[in-house]
Design a protein around this ligand. Structure first.
Ligand SMILES: [Zn+2]
Length: 369
């Protein structure tokens, strides 16, 4: 289905302004070609295109900064990051327009996660998680992880507790990939009897949002509201209240404690229902610019505005489908559609569709456009 790379040079629009270090003349748009025997599935294609248009990650690879991180770690085994960086470099800097083959990258994927190779019906979000995790592990600035001590932060304010938990996370997981993609979620559990509230802070790499309606149209904000909606835990689900020292009916609520630079939102279109998976084709209306998430923040005074730069789309059903990607070029701001061997400019008005599956947002404070 979706195979290797072919480079296409788009000359119809001169690139006048490029804030990154690239020479505009060698900026290339790449796609996967049908005409090679090196098969890369379309879910990989879609995810790789979204990542290669992630400005800071792309520049990290182009500047070979990953090598510094690798050297500092004296890491011998870092083949996935190396191949990912090579691929990114080829995508953006090679002046040749011949077809290139990502076989080395694919070989690494095969080595790390054989389950992703050979089947086209894979989940793009799962692959994204796996890939980011693999890349992170290889460029983790922490080489010797500290023994985890159970520390009690419960006497601290929520804000302080969140900060301590985040620092604790960084003591073992700290990389460029974490700098970009990881945020922190706060979950608050409130006892319905005594009102005691306990909080837990967890890092997140993406948010999986339930779709608020099974058909028709719904807004992304509605999905976020459903995700953060207060949930009642009762019956068998009753947690233990630390003050009452017994299981109590509680309410649980999520808020975002720390916003990541890159916010990945996964729309839960696929649901397991008894016998087989089904897919929701609800049109989720999401903003391309100025997605304001302040209402979901633990602290409403923070700045949490995001702009969209990539979408991984899934067309078809849960039984068979195809992945494509819509990406905004980080230098020109123009949108392109990547579909197997085809890459073409598109209007930003076409970016929203009921195929949208994984949304890539960039914090407006780090946006360059
Ligand atoms: Zn209680």
């Amino acid at each position: 289905m979706c195979v290797s790379f072919i480079r296409e040079i788009h000359t119809e629009k001169p690139l006048t302004h490029c804030p990154c270090s690239l020479e505009p003349s060698v900026l290339l748009i790449i796609s996967f070609s049908l005409f090679s025997n090196v098969s890369l599935q379309c879910f990989m294609n879609s995810v790789l295109q979204c990542l290669s248009n992630t400005h800071d990650l792309r520049d990290y690879c182009l500047r070979n900064s990953h090598r510094t991180d690798l050297n500092n770690n004296c890491r011998a085994k870092a083949a996935l990051m190396e191949e990912f960086a090579k691929l990114t470099q080829t995508l953006w800097t090679s002046a040749s327009s011949e077809a290139i083959s990502p076989s080395d990258f694919k070989m690494q994927i095969q080595k790390y996660a054989p389950r992703f190779v050979g089947y086209n019906q894979q989940d793009a979000q799962e692959f994204l998680r796996f890939l980011l995790d693999g890349l992170h592990n290889e460029v983790n600035r922490v080489t010797v992880k500290p023994r985890s001590l159970m520390e009690d932060f419960d006497h601290l304010s929520d804000d302080e507790k969140g900060k301590r938990m985040w620092n604790k996370y960084l003591e073992s997981e700290d990389s460029k990939v974490v700098d970009l993609f990881v945020g922190q979620l706060k979950s608050s559990l409130t006892c319905s009897e005594c009102g005691f509230c306990s909080t837990v802070f967890d890092p997140f790499w993406d948010l999986s949002l339930p779709i608020a309606k099974t058909s028709g149209e719904v807004s992304l904000m509605d999905c976020l509201r459903l995700f953060t909606k207060e949930d009642v835990l009762d019956g068998n689900e009753r947690p233990t209240c630390h003050r009452c020292k017994t299981r109590r009916k509680c309410t649980k609520k999520f808020t975002i404690q720390k916003f990541p630079k890159i916010l990945v939102l996964h729309l839960k279109r696929f649901s397991e229902c008894r016998v087989r998976t089904s897919k929701l084709s609800t049109f989720v209306n999401f903003p391309l610019k100025e997605l304001d998430l302040r209402e979901f923040a633990s602290d409403n005074s923070v700045n949490a505005v995001y702009n969209l730069y990539a979408v991984s789309n899934h067309t078809g059903t849960s039984l068979g489908g195809h992945y494509t990607a819509y990406c905004r070029n980080p230098c020109t701001g123009e949108w392109y559609t990547y579909n197997d061997s085809r890459v073409s400019p598109m209007s930003s008005s076409q970016v929203r569709s009921s195929d949208a599956y994984v949304l890539f947002y960039e914090s407006a404070t780090s946006s360059r456009l």
